[in-house]
Design a protein around this ligand. Sequence first.
Ligand code: NDP
Ligand code: MG
Ligand code: MG
Length: 332
Amino acid sequence: MAELFYDEDADLSIIQGRKVAVLGYGSQGHAHALSLRDSGVDVRVGLPEGSKSRVKAEEQGLRVVTPAEAAAEADVIMVLVPDPIQAKVYEDAIKGNLKDGDALFFGHGFNIRFDLIKPPANVDVCMVAPKGPGHLVRRQYEEGRGVPCIVAVEQDASGNAFALALSYAKGIGGTRAGVIKTTFTEETETDLFGEQAVLCGGASALVKAGFETLVEAGYQPEIAYFECLHELKLIVDLMYEGGLEKMRWSISETAEWGDYVTGPRIITDATKAEMKKVLGEIQDGTFARNWINEYNAGLPKYNEYKKADSNHLLETTGKELRKLMSWVDDEA
Ligand code: NDP
Ligand code: MG
Ligand code: MG
């Protein structure tokens, strides 16, 4: 059974007694920096000279210095720059500024799990990973709520690393919703698998294949778009609220029967065998190695895939239809 932690289990004064550097001011960085500041924590943001995010962070009342200056000043360093550049930021700005008793924090375990960053033994290494996009993390905090977080300690040099991580999670509202204890390995591997096999890769491939099947059989693309993409949100909302059971309670008996008999013909034993292979390639580092190589080569295949999908009939059809549904854009 997972270990869960709430507000009463976390001591905010621990993080209030530290100097925190938040490196990066994107989706997660802005949420962490602003909410920690509002929780009474001494925060500085680390961004390179000329970074687009600098203006925004300064406008929002934060003190911005370079990543190296931030790491030198602080004793808790949260790395919230894109995963493929974290190793470089670590080498250039963090490594030389780590002192005994400092803590190195991450929002995702990728670089530690795949040994791209190897911190020295005299620092705590922790993760506080909100299970939601950064803009929601900030909005929920401002509304007195929070996004659930998962927290892990890879290296406990101080002997108090977990209490420090919980305290940090409290500072961004995570313990209001609940914090689950995990490990860098579990977080990284399940996160990569989830986004590849189910949430992003699996879902977009399923939608595309369904859409193409209908269009190739001569049905109108607009009808296929509604059936295979638009309605998916309504179904997922029901799953989110009450699991598969609530979704099946809401749909027609005919749809429910089709769910039982057809679902397993689409996601077959072969699909599950492929999922196991995908998980194996995540676990043995193949995926991470390929992704870092692609990134360092300037993203040639990534840009090819992106372009091909943006020209897909599913996308061009959707763009036109969404213009007629003004409320769809407003929900973003
Ligand atoms: P973003 O891409 O949204 O933001 C990256 C930020 O880093 C930008 O402010 C960018 O500035 C800045 N940056 C770029 N290069 C440097 C550098 N050399 N030094 C300092 N700052 C730099 O990142 P995310 O917030 O999406 O991701 C950050 C981390 O959080 C990742 O580890 C990710 O896996 C994790 N995470 C993200 C989630 C999300 O909701 N997106 C959810 C959970 C975890 P500029 O304006 O100049 O580009
Ligand atoms: Mg991820
Ligand atoms: Mg229907």
